[in-house]
Design a protein around this ligand. Structure first.
Ligand SMILES: Nc1ncnc2c1ncn2[C@@H]1O[C@H](COP(=O)(O)OP(=O)(O)O)[C@@H](O)[C@H]1O
Ligand SMILES: [Mg+2]
Length: 282
């Protein structure tokens, strides 16, 4: 390739990216009225970074999620996807920058307060209580019921019971309601973890690698479940499995080395040289 042609193609790539990412770049919640930014984005981060021993695991100047979106974040291992969730959910304090959520600057808030504000998080390894039944796991997940010794003695209200049964139905676990969680399949455990998350009706769900280790059928069901949840929640889904991402069919953000590399449809990302290099270069 001649230098001329090469430069043109690089410029074309940058131009393409500018379009997709420009909207974030021009948006500065710290500089504009709260009402204006909060009506546009549910979550927005500005100059967000975190360093571990001098290594920047996340370094994102501007990035946001709109109300009601189902956004997929992909990226190679170590790209900073889980760390991004840690920063948003208050698990890890950032080294620099701000996290704005639902009209508030939540940067300095602690993890439990952020959860109470409606950010729900499913970790890569689902947190489920093995010795408790499926039903009891959800009983425990009810807001205000985290003190589990109290809770298992307390009788749930009729309304709470119906709420649990409704969720079990939604995630296809009705038949398993009295089974101990340890006898569930890996996929069923993922669905139980997701159920425990949605029972407190969070506005924003951060779902980290929901398809990891699932069978093909479980993967399909999980994608369908997330799409159903997207009707009532804003979702950020982090995923590696491309078939799964394809099934979701949503806008994809690519993280690489802690930065937002590109954004668009999965098809656009698959023809983006930089993105492909990031994936294949490891
Ligand atoms: N608490 C931590 N201490 C030190 N390094 C960390 C910590 N958390 C994450 N990292 C590093 O940050 C980088 C991004 O990790 P992670 O967010 O888990 O990536 P991903 O989820 O995209 O695979 C990795 O290099 C990881 O080793
Ligand atoms: Mg991860």
């Amino acid at each position: 390739m001649s230098a001329e042609v090469e430069r043109e193609s690089i410029e074309a790539t940058v131009e393409q990216e500018n379009l997709a990412l420009k909207e974030y770049r021009n948006f500065l919640p710290s500089k504009i009225k709260k009402d204006i930014w909060s009506s546009k984005f549910l979550l927005f981060v500005e100059n967000l970074s975190v360093s571990f021993d001098g290594f920047k695991a996340v370094d994102i100047p501007h990035f946001g999620i709109k109300h009601g979106e189902l956004r997929v974040i992909i990226g190679p291992n170590g790209a900073g996807k889980t760390t991004f969730c840690d920063l948003v959910s208050g698990k890890t304090p950032p080294s620099t920058g701000k996290v704005y959520y639902d009209g508030k600057n939540i940067t300095q808030m602690d993890e439990s307060d952020i959860a109470l504000m409606g950010i729900g998080r499913k970790f890569q390894t689902p947190t489920v209580f093995d010795s408790l039944s499926t039903y009891e796991n959800l009983l425990l997940a009810l807001p205000g019921n985290q003190d589990w010794q109290d809770n298992l003695l307390k009788r749930e209200s009729e309304q709470e019971k119906n709420q649990i049964l409704e969720i079990l139905e939604k995630v296809n676990l009705s038949e398993c309601r009295d089974m101990p969680a340890k006898s569930l399949s890996h996929g069923q455990r993922q669905w139980l973890a997701i159920s425990a998350l949605i029972i407190s009706k969070p506005k924003l769900l951060l779902v980290d690698e929901p398809a990891a280790g699932l069978t093909d059928l479980e993967t399909e069901r999980t994608a369908d479940l997330l799409m159903e949840l997207a009707e009532d929640h804003t979702l950020v889904v982090i995923e590696h499995d491309m078939d799964f991402v394809r099934r979701l069919g949503q806008k994809v953000t690519v993280l690489n080395e802690g930065r937002v590399l590109a954004e668009g449809s999965l098809e656009e990302m698959e023809t983006n040289e930089e993105v492909m290099e990031a994936y294949l270069g490891r």
